[in-house]
Design a protein around this ligand. Structure first.
Ligand SMILES: C[S@@+](CC[C@H](N)C(=O)[O-])C[C@H]1O[C@@H](n2cnc3c(N)ncnc32)[C@H](O)[C@@H]1O
Length: 283
């Protein structure tokens, strides 16, 4: 029996995709399906099993599509961001973890030995620290974040996942941060803010990612330089550091480490082949 006021799901999603494409959304069909799945409480792949939307769900869906057309990030509307094996809670006040950061995690996991001590700087939602704790059980992970708003999301994710990550509120530029761990850490990871001030970014980024997560000073490298100094303090001799950067920084970020005397300075591409992560070893 057809419900009174219900609308066809496939046609509604198709219309939403057209609306989102017209608004300049990069992946309109995917986003239209994700929002439909969110409203109906099913995964995208399960949408094929459903035919119709009740009118109350159709109204809620239309509201969400309009917000997405106004370039509110998809993950702020669904409240979650997938990162490696995890679903993390995100929303206003915290950076939405990006797929390209998975390269940083992949490299870190390939170098970790059982029992290793890891520090993630610029933790945001806790994405990098939590993914390492999840996929390398037995390592000890500490994470540092300066902004209280972001830290609140990270706390929520640590509690929800139950993964053993210890959070610290602090500025990576402050030599007192994690002072008790100085000289004994095996691996430091960081996805710092690295966009040069004045660069143009998408509306989702400009209006919804927190400014502290984006801007890295005139050349984009202010926090990268602070990360280099923090890693030099924290790592044991032979310890490793991995830092994400913008695709235009495939020379400038390695140069920060090479000039400071690090060994084995290497830059790694992301899955699209763009320069993305610099790694180095403390002498
Ligand atoms: C690009 S986001 C990365 C968040 C998370 N690691 C991820 O990959 O999704 C950078 C984070 O660094 C934090 N941050 C910026 N400057 C900082 C500083 N000086 N000390 C500590 N955290 C900082 C920002 O608040 C933001 O949460």
């Amino acid at each position: 029996m057809t419900e009174i006021g219900a609308v066809g799901l496939r046609a509604t999603i198709a219309e939403a995709a057209v609306r989102l494409a017209a608004a300049g959304v990069a992946s309109p069909r995917y986003d239209a399906e994700e929002l439909a799945g969110h409203v109906l409480g099913v995964s995208r792949s399960e949408l094929v099993l459903l035919e119709r939307l009740r009118s109350s769900a159709a109204e809620r869906y239309a509201e969400l599509v309009e917000q997405r057309a106004a370039r509110v990030p998809l993950q702020h509307l669904t409240g979650v961001a997938g990162f490696r094996r995890l679903e993390l809670a995100v929303g206003p006040g915290v950076f939405v973890p990006r797929p390209e950061t998975e390269v940083l995690v992949e490299w870190a996991l390939s170098r970790l030995k059982p029992g290793a001590l890891v520090v993630d700087l610029c933790a945001g939602s806790g994405a990098v620290a939590l993914a390492i704790a999840d996929e390398a059980p037995g390592v000890t992970v500490h994470a540092v974040e300066r902004e209280e708003y972001a830290l609140a999301w990270a706390r929520r994710n640590v509690e929800a996942t139950g993964l053993p990550v210890t959070l610290h509120c602090g500025d990576v530029a402050d030599p007192a941060v994690l002072a008790p761990l100085a000289g004994i850490v095996d691996l430091v990871t960081a996805n710092p803010p690295y966009i040069p001030v004045g660069a143009t970014v998408e509306p989702e980024v400009a209006e919804h990612d927190p400014p502290a997560a984006l801007w890295g000073g005139r050349d984009g490298l202010d926090v990268v330089r602070a990360v280099e100094r923090a890693a030099a303090r924290l790592l044991r001799p032979g310890g490793l550091v991995a830092v994400e950067h913008a695709d235009a920084q495939g020379d400038s970020v390695p140069a920060v480490f090479a000039r400071a005397g690090w060994a084995d300075v290497v830059d790694h591409p992301d899955l699209a082949g763009r320069p993305r992560v610099t790694t180095a070893r403390r002498r």
